[in-house]
Design a protein around this ligand. Structure first.
Ligand SMILES: O=C(CO)[C@@H](O)[C@H](O)COP(=O)(O)O
Ligand SMILES: [Fe+2]
Length: 222
């Protein structure tokens, strides 16, 4: 019912291939890759080369979250690298619609993300064309941050907007999802939970995932 997309940001990057295989064996649904440019967010991570390397070790959908300015410049590169979903930030481009259209032209699932301070209405004009609506529940830039509580009400409103405009679009929540916050995120209507530090930490991914799934079973979900 709820999909889990572990963010590799908090995985042990020195053994990334093994960490991804471990996550796949544990039963996660997607692999979430956080691309940061040091301009849109105060952190730098990786580009298409790493996406291509990850593509070689897993058959899971690669969910690429672009936290870069003018993402249009690199959409083709990420598509060629093997991304399945490409999400751009509303705040990072003058033309979010053009960027979304380009992702679709490349034959990939198109996502739009918004920051915690961006009005939810930013989704409205583009929702009918989106495959994914990504709601940030932390300010983008780092893994391991605390969930911003106002995200829950925003998720509820986003779900109502999605049900009205495009029931096929998935709602993804990103940032601070763990065993304490998962229940409210799920109840508020998320379809996909990104989880970095809750899944990649000192414990095996399978144990962490089991713990998160138990929260859902207790709510009658799966
Ligand atoms: O996009 C981002 C951060 O900018 C996220 O994908 C985080 O990396 C998720 O990590 P946790 O908050 O779950 O540790
Ligand atoms: Fe992310």
């Amino acid at each position: 019912m709820l999909k889990f997309a572990p963010s590799i940001l908090t995985a042990d990057l020195a053994r990334l291939g093994e960490a991804i295989k471990e996550a796949e064996a544990a039963g996660v649904d997607w692999i979430h890759l956080d691309v940061m440019d040091g301009v849109f967010v105060p952190n730098l991570t990786f580009g298409p080369l790493l996406v291509e390397a990850v593509r070689r070790v897993t058959s899971l959908p690669l969910d690429v979250h672009l936290m870069i300015v003018q993402p249009e410049r690199y959409l083709e590169d990420f598509a060629k690298a093997g991304a399945d979903h490409i999400t751009v930030h509303f705040e990072a481009t003058y033309h979010p619609h053009r960027a979304v259209q380009k992702v679709k032209e490349l034959g990939k699932k198109a996502g739009l993300a918004i920051n915690p301070a961006t009005p939810l209405e930013a989704f409205e004009p583009l929702l009918p064309e989106l495959d994914l609506a990504l709601l940030m529940s932390v300010n983008p830039g780092f893994g391991g941050q605390r969930y911003i509580p106002t995200a829950t009400e925003r998720l509820r409103r986003l779900k109502a907007m999605r049900d009205r405009l495009n029931p096929g679009c998935l709602i993804e929540v990103d940032g601070g999802v763990n065993k304490e916050t998962l229940a409210e995120v799920y109840r508020a209507g998320a379809d996909v939970a990104v989880a970095g530090s809750a899944l990649f930490n000192r414990r095996p991914v399978a144990e962490n995932l089991k713990e998160l799934k138990e929260v859902l079973y207790a709510l009658g979900g799966r």
